[in-house]
Design a binder for this molecule. Structure first.
Ligand SMILES: N[C@@H](CCC(=O)N[C@@H](CS)C(=O)NCC(=O)O)C(=O)O
Length: 404
């Protein structure tokens, strides 16, 4: 029996994975990103009808402002289409269309709107259920807090993360300004009953969520500062917990590892902790494992091409023949999908792969590169949901540990 036969084939893997998850994405051959989520309410549209909203957002799903709009569309269950804009090479038609040239922008029943706050308000005007309080006084507070979220979210809160003054006094004063802002958010959260900013979930929660999520992931790793579990911010922590109850949030949110790698890649910041921290609660839930396996299996051609092109693995080709390298990459991807589907829990039930004493060192090396590469490359929610990405990375680590 060849080592290839020790693992399920792709067809078997796709079948079992799809039985265990309802998550589906559309493939986008030759495009980036190579898959796209299907809005949860698209099925509500009569056949051959254009969705009422077209959202322009970034290709990598890294943009917190795009996340706001996506979150509102999912919360309000508005069917929408997405056009991805590559921010490293913006198409001329986009910069001609949107004068600020940034994302997000949206066409709402054909009318162009940009600036995330204005898009949220435009969606409120046109579609229910409302995410603004009906009580006039509370409504006025909501609109003011929405304005505040612009400055709090970006200019003040991110300064402590991004600016790294040499002078410790300057850093201390950035930290003090940051803490004062969070203290103010604590106060806001205490104004109305319940865990949200207002008496019900609203656009204010939506506006803060992408920024506070990113900060909660980044600050421990880049500034040694904990937001989650910090007794100074009990209401912010209760608010994080309340968000977790919302299905729309899970569809659009990222995970801590993605958020930390983005900071490293985009801003070149120096981590003082591991930017790939173990995720606090590695999900063993079968639907997340199945979603991860289904994504990998369905999109394996693109994953294989990406690994061959960008991971450096081709350097292991003997005499320039890449056939064996390709086979070994494919095999290890299958091993990963198989582990996600068939091995639950801590141990690899099928033990170490093949006969260790006679293992081909190049095959093992290709496997190690493949697994390390995909673990760092996967990006939520661009490629799969945050829960699935967490399960994916944990599985990649486990399979990697079984190679040598
Ligand atoms: N105030 C804007 C900010 C949008 C924004 O900064 N978008 C960034 C991505 S996170 C962007 O498009 N950057 C590309 C660029 O500046 O060229 C909003 O709320 O919509």
């Amino acid at each position: 029996m060849s080592i290839q036969d020790t693992v399920s084939n792709w067809e078997q893997l796709l079948e079992i994975a799809q039985k265990n998850t309802s998550a589906r994405r559309v493939r986008r051959p030759g495009q980036s990103p190579s898959t796209a989520p299907i809005p949860s309410s698209l099925h509500k549209l009569p056949p051959d009808t254009e969705p009422p909203v077209l959202l322009y957002r970034d290709t990598n799903s890294w943009c917190p402002f795009c996340e706001r709009v996506w979150f509102a569309l999912e919360e309000k269950e508005i069917p929408f289409a997405t056009e991805f804009i590559d921010l490293t090479n913006k198409p001329k038609w986009y910069t001609d269309l949107v004068t600020t040239t940034v994302v997000p922008a949206a066409k709402i029943e054909g009318k162009l709107v940009y600036e995330s706050k204005d898009i949220l308000l435009a969606l409120e005007e046109r579609f229910g259920p409302t995410l603004l309080p009906e009580d006039p006084e509370e409504n006025a507070v909501a609109r003011q807090w929405l304005e505040d979220a612009e400055t709090n979210g970006v200019h003040i809160v991110y300064k402590f993360l991004r600016e790294a003054p040499e002078d410790p006094h300057e850093l201390a004063s950035l930290k003090a300004a940051f803490e004062a802002k969070l203290d103010e958010l604590e106060q806001f959260l205490g104004k109305y009953p319940g865990p949200y900013f207002l008496s019900t979930f609203s656009v204010v929660d939506i506006s803060y969520s992408p920024h506070l999520d990113r900060l909660a992931a980044n600050l421990p790793v880049y500034r040694g500062y904990q937001l989650k579990g910090n007794p100074r911010y009990p209401r912010i922590n209760a608010w994080f917990e309340a968000l977790k109850q919302r299905p729309a949030y899970h569809r659009v949110k990222s995970d801590d590892t993605t958020n930390n790698l983005v900071v490293l890649r985009r801003w070149g910041m120096t981590p003082i902790g591991n930017p790939l921290p173990p995720d606090p609660a590695v999900s063993q839930e079968i639907q997340f494992r199945a979603e991860a396996a289904e994504r990998l299996t369905d999109n394996r051609e693109v994953a294989l091409g990406d690994i061959l092109k960008n991971s450096g693995v081709q350097a292991l080709a003997v005499n320039g023949d890449t056939t064996a390298v390709k086979e070994a990459v494919d095999f290890h991807l299958r091993l990963l999908a198989d582990y996600l589907m068939n091995a639950n829990g801590a141990a690899l039930p099928w033990g170490r792969v093949g006969d260790k004493d006679n293992a081909d060192p190049i095959v093992s090396a290709v496997g190690a590169i493949t697994l390390a590469y995909v673990r760092n490359r996967i990006c939520a929610p661009r490629d799969m949901s945050a829960g699935a990405a967490t399960a994916f990375r944990a599985a990649a680590d486990k399979v990697l540990a079984s190679l040598y």
